[in-house]
Design a protein around this ligand. Sequence first.
Ligand SMILES: [Zn+2]
Length: 134
Amino acid sequence: MPRRSRRQGLICKNCGSRFSSQKEVRITKTWHVVSPFPDRDGNITISIFAIWICPVCGSRNRGKLSSIKSDAELKSKSYTQRLEEIIYESREITVEEIARKLGIQKNTVLKALRYLIKEGIIRAKLEGEKVIAL
Ligand SMILES: [Zn+2]
């Protein structure tokens, strides 16, 4: 495991080059991972991950670019609301389908769902990998 990098820095795992800004590297893919656990204020941390190419040695790296805390509850709400809408509209849906619709990872959806169901925010039940609206 590489040492924990500075918040803004990117380090090539192959040659060890350090880049202070993501503009210095070529990003080929990005995705978001949403923390399933909102804080006291209902905010959720959204981490942005990327695959990027080191301009020095050309190797492919994968790592976290940054995290955003949804301060105005806006993002966490919209994710939760979208999750709710998807479940209530479909009545019955697999976790995988939800993940695809939201563009976030299946494990993240599963964790978020367990939390939201336990807290009574979403009225549904999990049966294996299936979500059934109640
Ligand atoms: Zn490199």
